[in-house]
Design a protein around this ligand. Structure first.
Ligand code: PDD
Length: 285
């Protein structure tokens, strides 16, 4: 049985109940995070909490929690649940109102929910021990504030489903100018002629923590050239390697996009180098 946290109490997840008047339920009016944890050690904890604070500020939810408050909840959930490979889900909604009215209500307390779920073991930096993934593509039809990790995920859900229905693991998204934005629940990297390239951050992409750590470890290592810039649809189609990155996947190689092989269709050497560096450094973040 999994133990969850809801508004100050720890309880079996089945007993965690919120009101249907919660604005998270009615409007998707909230912010969330997923923090990965392996054998009790979290990756990027402070970075995740900082991003959550930015999101709450961006949408005007006032939550008076310190990073230590979040650490207490996360560590308690890790110890209450099987501490193997966990995603720690953190969710703050604007709270429960007495009526359904779009404007921000005054004097309501945010709802704070957290629980853990099992994630796949971290990828091993070994080509023969990682499963390559397939992706589909579609036009990015989400809103203009994708930098906010909002719980209102219908756009992402529909985009993910588009690929899933075709047997893909993810859907790569392109804006109206045929530029790569991200994927429905991941950031995206390409590799061309040995250079690692990822789209610049703006309001069309979530500033992924995994993305940030990868860029940092590659730059610290200094062996592989790295670029943050516009990535076109043609560049994705002609890339030597394509990766999707997220807290629960780390760096996942894509070897097929819309039924066509990426590069020579096999997992690339630069993926191997990047995942090796990531695996060695991730607990420092
Ligand atoms: N997804 N872009 C989007 C749209 C995402 O939803 C995510 C994460 C990422 C990668 O961010 P990070 O490296 O910080 O996990 C990029 C989470 C895991 C989810 O929704 O479950």
């Amino acid at each position: 049985m999994s133990i969850a946290f809801l508004d100050g109490e720890y309880m079996p997840i089945e007993q965690a109940k919120i009101s249907p008047m919660d604005r998270g339920f009615l409007f998707g009016d909230g912010i969330y995070e997923v923090v990965p944890s392996y054998a009790g050690k979290m990756v990027g904890f402070a970075l995740h909490i900082a991003r959550m604070k930015d999101g709450l500020e961006a949408i005007g939810i006032q939550l008076d929690w310190s990073i230590d408050d979040w650490a207490t909840v996360c560590n308690r959930l890790i110890s209450e649940n099987d501490p193997g490979n966990l995603g720690i889900y953190l969710h703050v909604s604007r709270g429960t109102d007495t009526k359904r009215f779009h404007a921000f209500p005054e004097n309501i307390a945010p709802t704070v929910f957290a629980y853990t779920f099992a994630i796949a073991p971290a990828p091993i930096a070994d080509k023969s021990r990682v499963t390559a993934k397939k992706a589909s593509t579609t036009r990015d039809l989400r809103w203009d504030r994708c930098q906010i990790k909002s719980t209102a995920l219908l756009g992402n859900v529909l985009h993910f489903q588009h690929g899933y229905a075709q047997g893909s693991d993810e859907t790569l998204l392109f804006n109206a100018d045929n530029q790569l934005t991200e994927a429905s629940a991941c950031n995206v990297f390409i590799v061309k002629n040995g250079t690692v390239i990822t789209p610049l951050l703006d309001n069309q992409k979530l500033p992924g923590i995994t993305r940030q750590i990868i860029l940092d470890v590659l730059r610290n290592d200094g062996q592989i050239a790295v670029q943050e810039r516009i990535v076109t649809m043609d560049e994705v189609a002609n890339a030597d390697e394509v990766w999707i990155t997220s807290s629960s996947k780390e760096i996942a190689p894509i070897t097929e996009i819309d039924g066509k092989p990426v590069g020579d269709g096999s997992i690339g050497d630069i993926w191997l180098a990047a995942q090796t560096l990531y695996s060695a450094a991730k607990f420092n973040y």
